[in-house]
Design a protein around this ligand. Structure first.
Ligand SMILES: [Zn+2]
Length: 85
């Protein structure tokens, strides 16, 4: 599941939501439901100024890789690789 990720370091939930809201999470969760998207959007905005530059910086976009195709390769069966219950 973790193979192919940029970081090989194993990440462990800390019991507090990683988006920075300060809320407690359930055992084994990094985020409250939906907060992973908040965190992603925030980091993309701060670090890249928006999704288009974020894509291009990582080799995606009209002249690069197709995000949907890459996602399909990552999860060929269409299942979500993340446990969020
Ligand atoms: Zn949060």
């Amino acid at each position: 599941m973790e193979s192919g990720m940029l970081s090989s370091k194993r990440l462990l939930p800390t019991g507090e939501c990683w988006c920075g809201c300060g809320a407690e999470t359930s055992i084994g969760s990094f985020f409250l439901p939906g907060h992973d998207k908040v965190a992603e959007a925030a980091v993309i905005s701060v670090e890249y100024g928006g999704a288009p530059r974020f894509l291009v910086q990582h080799g995606y976009g009209p002249e690069g890789k197709n995000p949907r195709q890459e996602m399909a390769k990552l999860r060929p069966d269409g299942r979500r690789g993340r446990r969020s219950r």
